[in-house]
Design a protein around this ligand. Structure first.
Ligand code: GLY
Length: 406
């Protein structure tokens, strides 16, 4: 979720002024390797994104949500509102509206969110943070109103219903009797719970989120601060009975997007709690990622840091975009060389994703912005394709970069 949303209204008022000042101070194209050059690139990317998302909108069946697109066969894959990615399309549209003022983005976001709204009652998934907070949460920040607030509170209630005190964690996936599966991705759903406690004054949601973050910190991470993907708890005792993967190369490998979810999740949890132990956790995860010998110089990770066919393994632009966004936020919580290292890595990611290899040409890629992400390689699905969450976190990272440099 976009961190500096608190400043959104003030930022909106400044948009015209900034545009004027940018056009006078950056009237000529800046070299791409400079900060001003990257800001120019971001402005162009955001204009491209608006045009691309109009293509995506025009190809979307009325009550469906974009998942991916297969360029070789010109084929889309859509989902219903219950699929975990359903919040990213409206969330991206809302950020594009904030950045460009294009009202078509806002109108499409509001249309699709009417279809999404019913998921507030969905108690069969842990993904309600992704689905509801990245969409309705973003809208509430822009236009606080009672109806949006109630949708978010009901979503938080549904998410909290999956919490089991004996385990001290929210169940991620329903599974067979005797399993209690929790995945690292679940750290991303906690923001919704912290928000609900802030708004209602009822600590129960924040308490659940904090216990979940502590349980995950105690059990999911290896001594080097890489993370397992899936933990299976014993629901009766709370003991860990399995540590494994679902979407990574191997149980003991480091699936790239999982590392990125951990980095983003603990950075956000620090923001929501002010508790330094989560900041320390995020810094250690960042150290792990940034010191990986298999992280290429352009900072777009292979889909798994331990993929056996590196350097021929597919890259995952979605993991890179999540990392960029998280590192930009984390940079604001640390000082000196450490902050510079995070910003400079995020800049490298943003530049690489803005290049010919990853950024879609206008009118191509089914209207998605980025190419070359990996959804679920072991299942053979969504390999080297555009993904709606790669676009979401790329746009969020660009928005954060602009705010950081303002
Ligand atoms: N949360 C599912 C994924 O990252 O693919």
């Amino acid at each position: 979720m976009h961190i500096l949303r608190k400043t959104y209204l003030a930022a909106l008022l400044l948009v015209a002024l900034v545009a004027v000042s940018c056009s006078s101070t950056r009237s000529q194209e800046e070299p791409a390797h400079t900060e001003a050059g990257l800001l120019d690139t971001i402005d162009r990317n955001l204009e491209l994104a608006v045009a691309q998302y109009k293509v995506l909108r025009d190809n979307l069946p009325a009550d469906r949500f974009p998942k991916t697109y297969y360029p070789d066969r010109n084929e889309y894959e859509f989902s219903g509102s219950e699929w975990w990615v359903s919040g990213f399309y409206p969330g991206t549209l809302l950020m594009l509206y904030q950045e460009t003022g294009d009202t078509a983005m806002l109108a499409e976001a509001k249309r699709i969110m009417k279809v999404l709204e019913k998921e507030k009652n969905n108690t069969r998934t842990h993904d309600l943070g992704f689905m509801m907070y990245d969409s309705f949460g973003e809208l509430y920040e822009m236009e606080p109103d009672e109806q949006t607030k109630q949708i978010l509170l009901q979503s938080a209630e549904s998410l909290a219903s999956r919490y089991e005190p004996t385990v001290g964690a929210i169940k991620s996936w329903d599974s067979k009797e005797g399993d209690y599966l929790v995945i690292i991705d679940n750290m991303m759903n906690l923001e919704l719970l912290y928000w609900a406690s802030r708004v209602t004054g009822d600590p129960k949601y924040a308490d659940i989120a904090t216990t979940h973050a502590n349980t995950t910190m105690a059990n999911h991470f290896r001594p080097d601060y890489s993370t397992f993907h899936v933990l299976n708890y014993n629901k009766t005792t709370g003991d860990v009975q399995e540590k494994k993967t679902a979407q990574g190369y191997a149980d003991d490998s480091a699936w790239s997007r999982g590392q990125a979810w951990g980095l983003y999740g603990y950075t956000a949890t620090y923001r929501d709690t002010d508790d330094k132990k989560y900041l320390e956790q995020a810094r250690r995860i960042a150290d792990y990622i940034l010191s990986q010998p298999n992280l290429p110089a352009d900072k777009i990770p292979y889909w798994d840091y331990d993929a056996p066919d590196i350097p021929d393994a597919p890259r995952d632009a979605s993991a890179a975009a999540i990392m960029a966004s998280a590192l930009l936020e984390l940079s604001a919580y640390v000082d000196g060389d450490e902050a510079k290292r995070y910003v400079s890595t995020a800049e490298t990611i943003l530049r690489t994703l803005s290049g010919d290899e990853y950024l879609a040409k206008p009118g191509t890629n089914g209207g998605f912005l980025l190419e070359h992400s990996v959804g679920h390689l072991p299942a053979g699905t969504e390999v080297d394709v555009p993904l709606t969450y790669a676009d979401f976190y790329f746009v969020e990272a660009m928005q954060r970069y602009k705010e950081l440099k303002k």
